[in-house]
Design a binder for this molecule. Structure first.
Ligand code: ARG
Length: 282
């Protein structure tokens, strides 16, 4: 079956506040219409690249005043048809939770999802951006320390009855796990070690053998290429440097680069702009 992804239409997208160091509200404000046009084009290109790679895409509407809804990776965690809406750290994004809950409930009615479950009240967790499924190892990797709480690891583990490997994020630049850590379909990990403290880097190295670790360069990370979408032998990411493309192609992947600058101005790349709806854990 084709992998299914939720995307959110970019009509209400802009960069009007800064809750991570990549966000450039002043640059955006100099040419809002121009950037909005470019964002629409980038969105269409990403959707086309995903479809070309074989994905099925469901596009939902965003909402006025919630520009970051265009990053549905933070709209929830979905495994085995169960969707769990997020609890956001910053007030600017908190209104998204109810929107995504409503979307999930409708997708349950439509038969795309099975049910909606809830995080414990006071646990912050920002969706699939901080929870990446690893098919090869049969576990999720959970990011915490910037947006999501450490307590989210246990909460997610219980909600889905899965093992969650905790990874502490220790820089503001790499505030969601998906900005610095990606699991490729054959089990390789593409990651940016400086986003993690020494103990966390050691944990990753203990779990993932060296031959399966692909270390992103400063440039790869700054271009949001770790923030990739992958399934089968297809990898979709913000336009990569030639060297990263070559490294992935050498491992048998087909790389689709997409120009995503308007979304990188908010600190997001390809993975952030998607939410996989058909992941199974067993
Ligand atoms: N401006 C958004 C924020 O700071 C970007 C979110 C990108 N999403 C992600 N999964 N990394 O929350």
């Amino acid at each position: 079956m084709a992998p299914t992804f939720l995307l959110v239409d970019p009509t209400h997208y802009d960069v009007s506040y800064a809750i991570n160091p990549w966000m450039q509200p002043d640059a955006w404000a100099r040419d809002p219409d121009g950037f909005a046009d470019r964002a629409r084009r980038s969105f269409n290109d990403l959707k086309a690249a995903l479809e070309r790679a074989g994905a099925r895409i469901i596009v939902e509407d965003g909402a006025p005043g919630l520009p970051d809804m265009v990053f549905p990776a933070n709209g929830g965690i979905v495994f085995d048809g169960k969707a769990v809406p997020p609890h956001f750290r910053f007030p600017q994004r908190q209104g998204e939770t109810e929107r995504f809950r409503t979307i999930f409930r409708r997708l349950v009615k439509d038969g795309v999802l099975r049910n909606v479950a809830e995080l414990p009240d006071h646990v912050l967790q920002e969706g699939a951006g901080d929870c990446l499924w690893d098919q090869t190892r049969g576990c999720a990797w959970g990011g915490f320390g910037q947006r999501s709480d450490e307590a989210s690891i246990e909460a997610v583990s219980r909600l889905f009855s899965i093992r969650v490997e905790p990874l502490r994020l220790h820089t503001e630049r790499f505030y969601h796990l998906d900005t610095c850590f990606h699991v490729l379909p054959r089990g390789e990990i593409l990651y940016y070690p400086p986003a993690f403290d020494d103990a966390t880097q050691a944990r990753i190295a203990a779990i993932v053998p060296e031959s399966m670790r692909i270390v992103a360069t400063d440039e790869d990370a700054a271009r949001f290429c770790v923030n990739a979408v992958a399934f089968d032998d297809q990898v979709i990411m913000a336009e990569p440097a030639a060297s990263l493309r070559a490294r992935l192609e050498a491992r048998g992947y087909t790389v689709h680069g997409v120009e995503l600058t308007p979304f990188m101005m908010s600190g997001g790349g390809a993975y952030c702009m998607t939410l996989r709806l058909d992941r199974t854990t067993r």
